[in-house]
Design a protein around this ligand. Structure first.
Ligand SMILES: [Zn+2]
Length: 194
């Protein structure tokens, strides 16, 4: 089973299914595929969080998946065919049944580096349909509601979601919005403050 002691967690190439080998690339040993030339640089996940306000309240969900019972801003993982905006819209809909009507942009990025994976968590400020009321899906979320920002301690909110809400309200950073660059790669989504 020594062949599983690699970065991929599998001896097979994620691109062509060929058997990978350990090889020094760019100064360190990595999983590489002799068949197609694929090189595994990192095992990464990208999480998306939605920061949504209604009046003096913020949208929070009680998690139905680990860590169960903790309240957070609606969150989920990026799929292979997502961009961060489509992931945001989907996760808000799944966990709260609310339709995102406007994505204002990125307000916070967290990078968690662990031995088994490297995770980016991107928090985006957005607006939802003001006529709808949040409803949990009963699976990913067991409760969903707008919680007054003065009453965050009445729910078991996660340390980081509390930080997101309180620091956003204190500093009100301008969201990094999606920018269209005419003629540039159609598959690239670029965000910035310009
Ligand atoms: Zn391959």
């Amino acid at each position: 089973m020594a062949e599983l002691a690699n970065d991929l967690g599998s001896p097979f190439c994620p691109k062509c299914g060929g058997r990978t080998i350990r090889k020094v690339v760019g100064g360190r040993e990595r999983d590489t595929c002799p068949d197609c030339g694929y090189t595994q640089y990192t095992v990464a996940t990208i999480g998306i969080g939605a920061l949504v306000f209604r009046g003096d309240s913020v949208l929070l969900v009680e998690r139905g998946i680990p860590p169960v019972g903790i309240w957070t801003v609606p969150s989920g993982f990026l799929e292979q065919d997502d961009d961060i905006t489509s992931a945001l819209v989907r996760e808000v809909k799944e966990e709260t049944a609310l339709d995102v009507t406007n994505v204002q942009g990125i307000v916070i990025v967290r990078n968690t580096v662990r031995t088994d994976k490297n995770d980016l968590y991107v928090v985006m400020l957005c607006d939802v349909d003001e006529h709808q009321q949040p409803e949990p899906d009963g699976r990913e979320s067991t409760q969903a509601r707008f919680v007054p920002t003065s009453e965050l301690d009445t729910v078991g909110i996660s340390e980081f979601s509390r930080w997101i809400v309180t620091h956003y309200l204190h500093h009100k950073p301008t969201p990094m919005k999606m920018i269209t660059i005419p003629g540039y790669r159609a598959d690239a989504k670029v965000f910035g403050n310009f």
